[in-house]
Design a protein around this ligand. Structure first.
Ligand code: NOJ
Length: 991
């Protein structure tokens, strides 16, 4: 059944808001089942360039080996110097007169082992084209995606070496670590094969789908019944191209016509991963982590995966439809080998995936064959600009990608605690009341959120004077328990006279423009609105000014920001966004930059918070921004969430795979609305969702304005108690989470990790996306996502011993194990061989845990050894960059029977000062799971700590041992070893 649009309560004017809300609440009660309005979004067949590229691929495939790709590399043009190969591709457009189009090619080889292929169009580079309709748009192909997405790793390879094989018509470049990578560039037809260790890993244009729609003038054809030359029709003779021109010059959809001043200009190419059966990435979609085929067949999609950031109302599950954000980064994986590509193009993009069975030879009857994953990428405009990563492990690929696009921001500690949100907390007293009730029920939380209703008539940077008369008092109450407020600020600015923000936006000319270069007006929450153009440096500077305390009245230092609707969402725009022929700063068409647009807003907000904080006296604090829309690189600036999900079991289930996908896509600070945005979850669903949410990197409860209140203390018995336990579990594991964030921020490692990433050699686990590992802690959680479940099956990939997190029941891997999961239990196992840091004292917020003692959980593996890490800093400032942090490695040796703490930090200017503040923070407990029976009679252990002059006086600490019973492992506890968390120490279990 179709949902009713009224259910979204898009209030256009505050006068009507109340009535609309009442009506929509009623209609939501009547129509509880929601589903996306397909007719609002294009299918591939409805998108001109998508259809043209698919048709082109079909044509090439149908001709098979007789298909002659018209792209050839002019051998005489090839040059190579300092890791850069350049040349000219010639596209033959008329074989009879050998007419060609010149496409400059650059292949860059980077010191990191990453390669990059860039293909442009010479005529457009030189600006030698004419635009139709007196357009003010730029003539070049968009070449600034790099400016937004790429921040490092561009050092050119010094060792890359070129050689020419004239006979084979190819050029070879050897590069990468130990010169083990190779790019073989075929001249005619053009194509590139990338090899690692002599084996081909990635092939470009193997299928011949490469397509660069070059610029051409529109040739008007005489209209029947009219004389040539009349009504502006050119007298040129129509040229038969044989191509489908119907969408070249104009395209209409949903009542909007795109004027396309440059005509057809799409780019596309096929990328084959030979021998690879699994591909992951290209977030954001709702389908499985291991991507599906898109050319039909049982269980497959019929549509390509689409990347065109959109506000997809009531989005559907298991779909290749586009969502709010785009990360055009794909990994291909097979046993012990991973490779990947980044398609750096900001325009609308579609990706087809086909998994082709290739038999070994015609007589082998399928035996010994393999699967090639053939992908086909095409974008509406811009360059072909692709980065190539050759692995060999998933870690290597994600690291190389993150080196280019940036590592995830190390957030403030509060940001990884629990966030309480709803649309809306309606008054400042409401906020204070929720805050008090969390305390009354001893439920920890760090942040409370304000959705759009806090503003005066949806005017950002204002407070509704009737409902929020005392914002400062409210923020002060939160601050008393080190809690924060996040307020929403969207990119649409209300078009209302006398509103200072809009007056400035207009007078300074900082908004997005129409195609005729006048200010663009559209509809969003406030009604008639304009959109800040964050591509403009002046607009970003102005935006930063708006966040200064003096400019944003009653904003306090514990206020942070949520940027929503930044796809951008335009209620009356084509596909709920901006017209593609709108113009941005530099006169780039919206078409060219659409997928980057959302990132430019959070970039501006991040900078704004930084500059606001700079004005404060204390040390600069890290910004926190949540975004709905994103692109490669957004991970540097904040967190994302998966938008408007629904309070249903299948949405809960889908959230796990979606968050895992964000992790391997280099943007791991991800979450989904806990409880589901639309609809009212049952108590059981809400409880299970909190248990799952405790394993989301970004953990926030949120709900639509029409839903019933659902703060955890309202759930009632037994749910309130169970949810409180889930929240406390999250808080006790914050040291492990923060360490995982640190790893993500330095190496790109996902914070929650799928099976294939942790066990790249285990083929059986490559498609698993419903269980997750937390960083490298060995914690393996399997959220319960079905109603009435009493147990779950957890897949163990290796031959390790795993233990139940709560009662130490032992499970021997490999294989699928059934683990009890009554409502009060989150199925979590601990993989042997790890040491997990915890803080166990329940507090109101994470800020209040700053000086709490630690517990170390030592989980003994088959080898009898275990290892773990802890990263710690002040959780708010940037002083860690000057060495103000603790980074320890804990190692337990089953041979020497000692547990030791080693320093992994690099001393900096602020190290000593920080360590001083942490001097009294100690380890209060060590739990050893799988403790040997020989400890039965042991009652104490020896503890030595490095003293001021590196002396190590030995003291004793009490040990108690508990026997194994009923399938549960033996365990031991060392009480109060009292060693400092920031120092080197040793606990000796042999003494
Ligand atoms: C859409 C967002 O996805 C949702 O989370 C928010 O509550 C509404 N906008 C209102 O701001």
């Amino acid at each position: 059944m179709r949902g009713n649009t009224m259910c979204r309560s898009r209030g256009f004017s505050s006068r009507w808001t109340h009535l609309v809300l009442v009506l929509s609440a009623l209609c939501c009660l009547l129509t509880p089942t929601l589903s996306v309005k397909h007719e609002n979004f294009k299918t591939c067949a409805q998108s001109g360039f998508c259809k043209r590229n698919r048709d082109y691929a079909d044509h090439a495939s149908s001709l098979s080996s007789s298909w002659d790709s018209p792209y050839k590399l002019d051998s005489s043009s090839i040059k190579f110097s300092n890791g850069v190969l350049s040349g000219t591709l010639l596209k033959t457009i008329d074989t009879t007169i050998a007419e060609t189009v010149r496409l400059p090619l650059i292949i860059t080889f980077l010191e990191s082992g990453t390669a990059r292929i860039t293909i442009d169009e010479e005529r457009r580079q030189k600006g030698e084209i004419e635009l139709r309709h007196d357009s003010k748009a730029r003539k070049e192909r968009y070449n600034e995606a790099e400016k937004w997405a790429i921040v490092g790793g561009m050092q050119l390879s010094s060792g890359a070496a070129v050689s020419r094989d004239a006979e084979a018509g190819s050029t070879k470049v050897v590069y990468g670590p130990g010169s083990t990578f190779e790019a073989v560039i075929h001249h005619a037809p053009f194509g590139v094969d990338f090899k690692r260790g002599g084996e081909t890993q990635i092939k470009f244009n193997e299928k011949g789908y490469m397509n660069v729609e070059h610029w051409r003038p529109k040739i008007e054809k005489p209209v029947e019944g009219k004389k040539e030359g009349e009504d502006g029709i050119s007298e040129e003779v129509a040229k038969e191209t044989g191509e489908d021109e119907s969408t070249w010059w104009e395209e209409s959809f949903g009542g909007n016509t795109d004027s396309k001043p440059r005509g057809p200009e799409s780019v596309g190419i096929d990328v084959t991963f030979p021998g690879y059966e699994h591909v992951y990435g290209i977030a954001e979609h709702t389908g499985p982590l291991s991507l599906k085929q898109t050319r039909g067949g049982e269980g497959n999609f019929n549509e390509p995966y689409r990347l065109y950031n959109s506000d997809v109302f009531e989005y559907e599950l298991d779909s290749p439809m586009t969502l709010y954000g785009s990360i055009p980064f794909m990994q291909a994986h097979k046993k012990d080998s991973t490779v990947g590509i980044l398609w750096l193009n900001a325009a609308e993009t579609w990706i087809d995936i086909v998994k082709a069975k290739i038999s070994a030879n015609p007589l082998s009857l399928g035996i010994g064959g393999h699967t090639d994953t053939q992908t086909h990428w095409f974008s509406e405009s811009g360059l072909i600009d692709v980065f190539v990563f050759l692995g060999p492990s998933p870690k290597d690929v994600v690291r190389s990608y993150s080196e280019l696009t940036g590592y995830t921001q190390l957030p403030q500690q509060f940001a990884i605690g629990y966030h309480q949100c709803r649309w809306n907390y309606v008054t400042d007293e409401d906020v204070r009341d929720v805050d008090r009730k969390f305390d009354k029920h001893s439920i920890p939380y760090d942040v409370i959120w304000l959705d759009i209703e806090y503003t005066e008539g949806k005017k950002y940077f204002t407070w509704d004077p009737l409902t929020f008369p005392d914002p400062l008092g409210m923020q002060k109450q939160l601050d008393a328990h080190d809690r924060k407020l996040v307020a929403i600020i969207d990119p649409h600015i209300k078009n209302e006279g006398g509103y200072g923000v809009v007056d400035e936006l207009k007078s300074k000319d900082l908004a997005v423009h129409n195609k005729d270069d006048t200010i663009y007006e559209g509809w969003c929450w406030p009604g008639s609105s304009y959109w800040i153009d964050c591509f403009s440096p002046s607009a970003r500077k102005w935006w930063a000014g708006l966040f200064q305390y003096a400019k944003f009245p009653s904003s306090a230092p514990n206020l942070f920001i949520w940027n929503d609707m930044n796809e951008p969402s335009v209620f009356n725009g084509p596909e709920t966004t901006m017209p593609k022929d709108n113009l941005h700063h530099g006169h780039w068409e919206h078409r060219d930059v659409h997928n980057i647009n959302g990132m430019t807003l959070i970039n501006a907000t991040y900078e704004a918070l930084l500059s606001r904080n700079k004005a404060e006296e204390k040390s600069l604090r890290r910004p926190f921004v949540l975004t709905r829309s994103f692109y490669s690189g957004s991970q540097r600036l904040g967190a994302m969430w998966t938008g408007d999900n629904q309070a249903s079991w299948d949405h809960l289930a889908a959230s796990v795979g979606m968050i895992l996908s964000m992790g391997i896509s280099g943007f791991p600070f991800a979450g989904a609305d806990v409880g589901g945005f639309f609809g009212n979850p049952s108590k059981e669903l809400l409880t299970r969702w909190y248990q799952a949410g405790a394993f989301y990197p970004f953990f926030r409860g949120h709900a639509h304005i029409d839903t019933r209140r659902r703060e955890p203390y309202l759930a009632g018995a037994p749910s309130t108690e169970i949810i409180t336990q889930a929240l406390r579990l999250r808080y006790s594991l914050l040291p492990a989470w923060y360490t995982a964030f640190h790893q993500a921020s330095t190496s790109g490692t996902p914070i929650v990790q799928p099976n294939y990433y942790v066990h790249p050699g285990d083929e059986k686990g490559f498609a698993i996306d419903d269980q997750l590992y937390l960083g490298n802690t060995g914690l393996l959680a399997k959220p319960v996502t079905s109603e009435g479940a009493e147990s779950v099956d957890i897949y163990l990939a290796d031959a390790e011993t795993y233990y139940d997190y709560f009662d130490f029941t032992t499970y021997q891997g490999p294989g699928t194990k059934t683990v009890a999961a009554p409502l009060e239990k989150i199925p979590i196992l601990m993989q042997g061989g790890h040491i997990i840091p915890r803080r166990e004292r329940p507090r109101r917020s994470s800020g209040l845990m700053k000086f709490d003692p630690f517990t170390l959980v030592v989980v003994l593996g088959n080898s009898g050894d275990a290892e773990g890490e802890l990263y710690l800093d002040d959780g708010e400032s940037f002083e860690y960059e000057a060495g103000a942090y603790i980074h320890r490695k804990f190692a337990y040796s089953g041979t020497t029977l000692t547990l030791s703490s080693e320093d992994l930090s690099i001393e900096g200017k602020k190290t000593k000062q920080y360590l001083q503040t942490m001097m009294d923070v100690r380890v209060e407990k060590i739990i050893i799971i799988g403790a040997p029976e020989s400890w039965k009679t042991k009652s104490e252990v020896g503890v030595s700590e490095e003293g001021a002059n590196k002396s190590t006086p030995v003291k004793k600490a009490a040990l108690s041992w508990h026997a194994a019973s009923g399938g549960k492992a033996a365990w031991a506890v060392v009480r109060n070893p009292a060693v400092a968390i920031g120092k080197g120490w040793k606990v000796d279990f042999a003494s």
